[in-house]
Design a protein around this ligand. Structure first.
Ligand code: DWN
Length: 414
């Protein structure tokens, strides 16, 4: 275990000290901390990973804060454009924004965690000026390479003030899968407020905690994700800084997400009223809603390990698909090593030749599957199951079967 992390004393949103335990995943490696073959695994950092719920504002969050410079540094391997579905989803997101808000050549869209330009490219296609901000050097360089103006930096109040002083004013701030990634939630909202035009809009997507709990998506809990939001818990965070939730939409991307449209002093439309009412009915602000989550996670873990053990003992060949961040949590929490899963394949070339975090399972290109087809393919990137099964249709046609581990272990023969 390493000690270069801190533990919060109070809620990341409201500051309340009453944080009740929901799930303890023990010591976990960094989920995007791929390891070179032959590395001394004793030196690989592991950190406690404990999910808690604020009794006051009901925000789900982890107690640990690992230095973001460690999480999103030079070796950060995630590139959004490797997923066709994600790029298409980003395009529809941009169309949705353009249908709600008039933007033109005098406007500016700023995207936080803009990655490799997979989303801003679609605003550029509509001739709308953009600025990306992302701290990961690899994806930021890829964005610049494709002609998307990008600042490789962490977005915080200091950078927001600096940009504002230079006359940068955002008509829209987009932030997909970044709200949870920032340890200091209030500083992030404050920074966005500094940069946003008075009548500007903040449009953010993030994993939906109700989907995570309902579908047992425990592998999406990792150190990059400090918070896990419901509508009930994200609203007070923004209201504290003068923003209201004008609209909200449930999405199926990334295992279930919310897209929120925030504006200053906004009053929620019917979509907001409906989701808030649904959450009240589900009891998402009550401890009881979370009380069996840990038990269900252990049941899923035992079922997956049993299935893989039976397949190994029967002589069946199994491989993994998707060296995803969530895969690191699934494999390490379930204790799945190379005896149960000899290798993982992934489209992302930046991951090839490395090993998974925490377990010495090598990552190869997808062509490895064709060289020696396994009998089963465990979809570690289960949130992209349809896209992957469509792309790897040849595998099913020759009798291969997919194993989808979440929300329950399911063997799929297409
Ligand atoms: O929040 C985050 C989410 C949005 O993305 C980041 N902190 C990290 C990352 O999490 P992840 O790695 O679990 O995301 P994905 O998109 O589930 O990762 C999918 C992995 O599978 C990538 O390595 C790419 C790969 N992939 C593939 O090999 N073939 C993905 C698709 C769709 C494919 O067809």
């Amino acid at each position: 275990m390493t000690d270069d992390y801190t533990v919060i004393a109070g809620c990341r949103s409201c500051g309340a000290p009453d944080l009740e335990p929901v799930l303890d995943l023990g010591l976990m490696p960094l989920s995007d901390g791929l390891v070179p073959p032959g590395a001394d695994r004793r030196l690989e950092p592991r950190y406690p990973l404990r999910l808690v719920r604020c009794v006051v504002c009901s925000l789900l969050q982890i107690l640990e804060t690992v230095d973001p410079k460690v999480l999103f540094g030079a070796s950060y391997p995630y590139y959004s454009s490797f997923s066709e579905r994600l790029v298409a989803h980003a395009r529809s997101n941009v169309s949705n924004i353009l249908s709600r808000k008039h933007l033109d050549g005098d406007s500016l869209v700023v995207e936080l965690a803009s990655n490799d330009g997979y989303l801003l490219q679609w605003f550029q296609e509509a001739a709308i000026p953009v600025l990306g901000i992302d701290p990961a050097p690899g994806p930021a360089a890829a964005a610049i390479e494709r002609g998307v103006p990008t600042l490789c930096d962490f977005f915080d109040p200091e950078l927001a003030r600096r940009l504002s002083d230079e006359g940068v004013v955002a008509d829209v701030i987009v932030g997909n899968n970044v709200l949870a990634h920032v340890p200091d939630q209030n500083a992030l909202i404050e920074a966005m407020s500094t940069l946003l035009a008075p009548s500007g809009a903040i449009v953010m997507e993030f994993p939906y905690a109700v989907d995570m709990i309902d579908r047992c998506e425990f592998d999406t809990i990792y150190h990059e994700h400090h918070c896990y939001f419901t509508a009930q818990s994200v609203m007070p965070l923004f209201q504290r800084h003068g923003f209201g939730m004008a609209a909200v939409e449930r999405l199926d991307i990334h295992g279930g997400s919310l897209r929120v449209w925030m504006e200053r002093d906004a009053v929620g439309d019917r979509s907001v009223e409906a989701l808030l009412s649904e959450e009240v009915l589900r009891g998402v602000t009550d401890a009881a809603y979370y009380s069996d989550f840990a038990t269900r996670v252990e049941r899923l873990r035992n079922g997956l390990v049993e299935t893989l053990g039976e397949l190994r003992d029967s002589g069946a060949r199994v491989a993994g698909y998707g060296a995803a961040a969530k895969a690191a949590i699934l494999l390490n929490h379930c204790g799945i090593g190379p005896d149960l899963l000899p290798y993982v394949v992934d489209l992302n070339t930046h991951k090839h030749g490395m090993e998974m975090p925490g377990v010495p399972i090598p990552i190869h290109g997808v062509d490895q599957l064709m060289a020696a087809p396994p009998d089963y393919l465990l979809l570690l990137a289960w949130n992209h199951a349809e896209e992957i099964m469509r792309q790897q249709g040849w595998f099913a046609e020759q009798g291969g079967r997919f194993i989808v581990p979440i929300p329950e272990v399911t063997v799929v023969a297409r």
